[in-house]
Design a binder for this molecule. Structure first.
Ligand code: EPU
Length: 434
């Protein structure tokens, strides 16, 4: 089992290139299932979530080939099979997009209940509400979600989401794209990856308007054709490096980004005293000599993203004074707090509110990546701590950050990936001398 061994006290300097957006890619890859022809998708992040989705498509009979590190060609024209491997589907959250894509393509779907990071209960009732409104019969049994378009094809309708849900908005867009007639989604989520999915589908012949606002209108179309599309840069990956630069007191140029998508993160970092300079497709982050306390509330886009909450939490352990985070999206996204406490952080959690008594010196410790973004937070804390931090369960981090260690080490971090159990004894020695 691989773990990250982080030498603390390093300061990040240099530049980092941001990869394609995970949460756009994980919807666009299943969307390729609906395309009659070859989709060439550029800027695909090399992470385990995209690997798994591409494997699922291959298992269904798609032709998938990489043209280079980040460009993949997918041809699903001849796919007839709908039996995707249970074990792969249940590992990732985004397997729920196969419901919308398969319903559009075949008029029926068979998927598992989605997996993904555990932030408490993560229902898919809004997805099901949307599919049902479009005319599907949805049935959950034996661990599978079965959906079947009554009469063989979905029909456009008006759907009001009771919760602002990224996944439900994108899934309904997928299903409605090949439905008959017009669908209107109200109270839709507005994240940049929703716009990206709509742009992808439109470039293949769909007719989707209003993505990025709370009302999305989809005029169903008969067929999607092949084409080439470039995925947008990852807002959360960029934000993570911004916070890492600020927390370590370094200076980092974050390249290949859309500054508009980062405004909420830039604004919050500026409140801490960090300098953030925006350019056309990059931001320069210069850490302050001493960080100021801030309050953060996570909200749907364009608010501060919940996925940036754990990295920001790591930074707030170091900021002078008391900071308060209010989690506005999930019931239980503070599991990482226990790990930060092992490093000397003082944090109180009450429900969705966490109070950080900042200005503490963090000390290296063996900690766990409880989930993807929690893992990134532990790496940031480890770089800022004195001594050595060992992060376990790094498979979570690799679900969503391409070459995380390589990118950080190129900016001056000292992180090794050590494979256990062979290295267990070495690791014990490292910890005992640091
Ligand atoms: N919700 C429901 N019913 C639903 C759907 C959602 O009650 O049918 C609730 C959720 O439990 C949550 C809130 O609505 O409290 C918002 O959930 P949303 O549907 O927006 O989240 P998601 O689609 O499951 C995606 C990202 C997450 C990111 C959230 C919020 C993917 C694959 N996942 O999840 O990304 O946190 O949107 O922005 O796109 C990550 O990248 O680390 C990650 C967890």
């Amino acid at each position: 089992m691989e773990k990250y061994v982080i030498k603390g006290g390093t300061v990040l300097h240099g530049e980092v290139e941001i990869s394609g957006a995970k949460n756009a890619a994980v919807a666009i890859i299943p969307a390729a299932l609906m395309v009659d022809g070859v989709c060439r998708i550029e800027n695909v992040p090399q992470i385990s979530d995209t690997d798994m989705l591409l494997t699922i498509l291959k298992e269904l009979g798609a032709k998938v080939r990489y043209l280079n590190r980040s460009t993949v060609e997918i041809d699903c024209t001849k796919v007839r099979n709908q039996d995707a491997p249970y074990d792969l589907m249940r590992k990732i959250r985004a397997s729920y997009y196969l419901i919308g894509a398969m319903l559009g393509r075949f008029g029926s779907s068979k998927t598992t209940m989605p997996g993904g990071c555990n932030f408490g209960v993560r229902p898919i009732d809004q997805h099901i509400k949307g599919m049902t409104a479009l005319g599907a019969q949805v049935d959950i049994r034996n661990g599978y979600v079965y959906a079947e378009a009554v009469g063989g094809r979905l029909h456009g309708t008006r759907i009001y989401l009771d919760k602002v849900s990224v996944g439900a908005t994108m899934n309904i867009i997928l299903a409605a794209t090949l439905a008959q007639g017009r669908t209107i989604i109200e109270n839709a989520a507005r994240e940049p990856h929703i716009v990206d999915l709509a742009n992808f589908l439109n470039s293949m012949g769909a007719d989707i308007r209003g993505a990025g606002t709370d009302t999305v209108k989809i005029n169903g179309t008969e067929r999607l054709h092949g084409g080439t599309y470039t995925i947008i840069p990852d807002q959360i990956e960029a934000g993570t490096y911004m916070v890492a630069a600020a927390a370590t007191g370094g200076e980092v140029l974050i390249k290949n980004i859309i500054p508009k998508h980062l405004e909420c993160i830039s604004a919050k970092l500026r409140e801490t005293g960090t300098i953030v300079q925006e350019y056309e497709d990059c931001v320069l982050v210069k850490g302050a000599s001493s960080l100021r306390r801030v309050n953060v509330k996570t909200l749907p886009y364009p608010g501060f993203p919940t996925d940036m909450q754990p990295p920001m939490g790591a930074l707030l352990c170091l900021a002078n004074g008391t900071s308060v985070i209010t989690e506005g999206i999930y019931d239980n996204r503070y599991k990482y707090v226990n790990e930060l406490r092992k490093m000397g952080a003082e944090i109180q959690v009450d429900g969705r509110v966490a109070v950080f008594e900042g200005g503490k010196r963090l000390t290296g410790a063996p900690v766990q990546a409880c989930d993807l973004r929690a893992g990134a937070a532990m790496v940031i804390a480890g770089m800022c701590a004195s001594g050595t931090t060992v992060v376990e369960d790094i498979h979570y981090i690799e679900r969503g950050y391409e070459n995380f260690v390589g990118k950080l080490n190129a900016m001056g971090a000292e992180i090794e990936i050590i494979d256990f159990p062979e290295e267990e004894e070495n690791l014990k020695k490292i910890i005992s001398v640091s």
